[in-house]
Ligand binder design. Structure first.
Ligand code: S3P
Length: 169
């Protein structure tokens, strides 16, 4: 496995958790665009949104994607990253993109207790959260679906995922 793998998909789908397992198993570095942005800016993503707004955050994501050396790593990307600035096109040119998918209801259950650090959802009630996820997922699917392949996180083990990735090499 010698190519960069970008994991894309909605907040809470499990990009970080799968990414770490894959990286560990394939013995390659694991990177997370949100972590890299926090390191670069010196503040949390939530604080960055608060101070500078979403538009500025999308520019930071764009610059990071184009300037950081992601070579031969597994990269978990922020949920909105593929949907701005032709980032999905860029990632498809530079590596393999994998869209992790889960139904909206399941995302809601996974996000209820993880809202605080996520600026786009931190103020929503549980019901509003489901509405937001349903709406946003619909808006973002056309971008996510441009990925090289889609994984349903419920149905596949890490070993099965690795064997699919190896076939692409
Ligand atoms: C965002 C997802 C977050 C983070 C930011 C915006 C989004 O990343 O980049 O809060 O627009 O969906 P995760 O998908 O890792 O939560």
């Amino acid at each position: 496995m010698t190519k960069t793998i970008f994991l894309i998909g909605f907040m809470g789908v499990g990009k970080t958790s799968l990414g770490k397992k894959l990286a560990n198993r394939l013995k390659v570095p694991f990177l997370d665009t949100d972590d890299l942005i926090e390191q670069k800016t010196g503040i949390s993503i939530a604080d960055y949104f608060e101070k500078n707004g979403e538009k500025s955050f999308r520019n930071v994501e764009k610059e990071l994607l184009r300037n950081y050396n992601f070579k031969d790593s597994i990269v978990a990307t922020g949920g909105g990253l593929p949907c701005f600035h032709e980032n999905i096109k860029f990632m498809n040119e530079k590596g393999i993109t994998i869209f992790l998918n889960r139904p909206a209801k399941e995302l809601q259950q996974r996000l209820v207790n993880a809202k605080k650090q996520r600026p786009l959802i931190k103020k929503l009630s549980d019901d509003e959260l489901l509405e937001f996820i349903t709406f946003k997922l619909d808006e973002r699917l056309p971008f996510y679906e441009k990925a090289n392949f889609t994984l349903d996180r419920n149905n596949q083990t890490v070993e099965e995922i690795i064997s699919r990735i190896s076939e692409l090499d």
